[in-house]
Design a protein around this ligand. Structure first.
Ligand code: NDP
Length: 511
């Protein structure tokens, strides 16, 4: 295996402030560990209070200038950023794989999705900035305008550090905001590397301060930040939402998922099994919208399982810089957590049909098997809670009603997949599943043009699409009377005949 290129080390212990990679002031660096080799590849440092204050002051200043820049110019600069990300795809992909483990193909694809979202918002952002209303008073002009919020804080998780950043940052920037990013401590170097592509923007508009949760919390609490877009777990999201509520600060929450995956008898089983295995094991199961609980009709249950086992056996596990389908989990802590969930599932009666341990021959790295478990019941923890690891637990159901009822019996409501060729079931799935996204025979797809987000405890608000743009804009109502005419129809003095009458004469309508 090759050693890390020098530029990986050059990003160590840095923040990205005012368009410059700046040596971090803090004195307690934390190691960045390659999860496939357990080797230290760099370090990050928690931003100090002074560094956070500085980043916020720079962002506010940059935002005021950016707000005076034309929408066309903003779009041109964002297109330059997108082109740069595309041409940096290989370097970004390599670093992302080294830092959090996903196979290089997935990392490099993520860089392309990142560029695609930036291009999308460059155009959508200038498409409209409000709408003209039918006036409530003849001769007047009533309309809405869109305005930026100010400085937007992005708090990001480790699983998709590039594209999740772009989904939010591109929408925020094109709308005239400045952005401060607090990446996960597991993917800070990759986030810093991405900033090289943002150098086309004026300095200070997008900055990165690294560190643990404390740094995120200080940015959330800061009186000169104006919105928080949080992506991460439910409990952290709750803390962020509570802190925002104290200041009436706008918050976008993209939190955990535990997506259902329903398989009905009309489904092409070969395809459904491949879709299931991909939906469960992509990115080692560390996907917010991963398929995490499978409800399979009893008529096809055994045949479906047989195909899923065949597909699972084919998955190549190893270092993401080699020819593999699945890399390690992102950290030692993630693996520990996941293995404890598997152990409890076994204790509850789940039958491991393949996997369940660590792959033979991989003695270094946070690797785990791709695992299929059957005989699980709807109330088992492995079905009810987010596992965020590569496990495919299957519950047998006897009809579509039961599948829908179980799918909805959850505090999560992010995505959902149904495999069926039955038109009625397809439409019922769309109408009846409580989720932000319903995929019929098309698991885990995103589209920059369509909104992504959850309901219940999976989130509040939307990113992507036109909805995702409005998450980062104020709407202001404006009403103009060009004549400055008196509004006698409702101003003082009120007419006597419009006053309350105690005994209106019979037959004469009141007022
Ligand atoms: P966490 O909730 O642990 O962390 C998310 C981010 O919040 C990290 O940058 C973390 O910093 C930071 N943070 C921690 N404490 C605080 C605090 N008190 N105030 C502000 N920020 C804080 O999530 P993970 O990184 O483990 O990501 C996995 C989770 O993300 C899963 O539950 C997954 O479902 C969810 N997710 C949801 C998505 C969606 O669109 N709904 C998309 C992708 C992931 P640090 O890690 O450095 O401590």
């Amino acid at each position: 295996m090759s050693t890390e290129p020098g530029w990986v080390r050059q990003l160590s212990a840095k923040h990205y402030l005012n368009g410059v990679f700046t040596a971090a002031e803090g004195s307690e660096p934390h190691d960045v560990i390659d999860p496939a080799t357990e080797r230290r590849i760099g370090e990050i440092v928690d931003a100090s209070v002074a560094e956070i204050d500085r980043a916020v002051a720079i962002a506010n200043e940059a935002q005021r200038r950016w707000n005076r820049t034309s929408m066309l110019r903003r779009a041109e600069l964002l297109h330059e950023v997108a082109a740069d990300i595309r041409s940096s795809r290989a370097a970004l992909g390599e670093l992302l794989t080294r830092e959090m483990g996903k196979p290089f193909k997935e990392s490099a694809d993520e860089a392309l999705w990142t560029a695609s979202a930036v291009d999308y918002y460059a155009e959508v952002g200038r498409h409209e900035a409000g709408r003209v209303l039918g006036p409530a008073v003849p001769g007047q002009f009533h309309f809405t305008t869109k305005e930026p919020l100010g400085v937007v804080v992005l708090i990001l998780p480790f699983n998709y550090p590039l594209c999740l950043l772009a989904w939010q940052a591109a929408a925020a920037l094109v709308s005239g905001n400045a952005v401060i990013v607090k990446p996960s401590e597991l993917t800070s170097l990759t986030t810093l590397k991405l900033m090289e592509s943002f150098r086309h923007l004026p300095p200070g508009l997008i900055q990165v301060v690294t560190g643990h949760g404390r740094v995120g919390a200080q940015l959330v609490d800061h009186h000169d930040t104006h919105m928080v877009a949080f992506t991460g777990g439910i409990e952290t999201g709750r803390r962020v939402a509570e802190a925002c509520a104290r200041q009436y600060k706008r918050v976008l929450l993209e939190t955990s998922g535990n997506d259902p995956f329903i398989v009905m008898p009309s489904a092409p089983l070969e395809v459904a099994a491949r879709g299931a295995v991909f939906g469960a094991f992509l990115n080692c199961g560390q996907v917010c919208a991963a398929a995490e609980r499978f409800y399979v009709h009893e008529a096809v249950h055994d045949a479906f399982i047989a195909k899923v086992l065949e597909e699972t056996a084919r998955i190549r596990i190893g270092n993401g810089l080699e020819k593999v389908d699945m890399g390690p989990m992102a950290s030692h802590a993630q693996r520990e957590r996941y293995e404890r969930i598997l152990a409890r599932s076994r204790a509850e009666g789940g039958k491991v049909r393949i996997g369940g341990g660590r792959p033979a021959g991989l003695n270094k790295g946070f690797f785990v098997d791709a695992t299929v478990i059957t005989d699980v019941l709807p109330d088992h923890e492995i079905v009810n809670d987010e596992t965020f690891g590569p496990v495919l637990p299957v519950v047998k159901v006897s009809n579509f009603d039961e599948a829908i009822e179980l799918a909805n019996r959850s505090r999560y409501a992010l995505g959902s997949t149904v495999y069926t060729l039955d038109l009625t079931e397809s439409l019922r799935a769309v109408n009846e599943i409580e989720a932000g996204m319903v995929w019929v025979n098309a698991p885990l797809l995103d589209n920059d043009a369509g909104p992504f987000g959850g309901r219940k405890q999976s989130g509040m608000g939307r990113q992507l699409g036109a909805e995702g743009l409005d998450s980062f804009r104020h709407t202001k109502l404006a009403m103009i009377d060009p004549q400055a005419a008196p509004h006698d129809f409702w101003w003082f003095p009120y007419r006597d005949e419009e006053a309350f009458q105690l005994n209106p004469s019979p037959g004469k309508p009141h007022g």
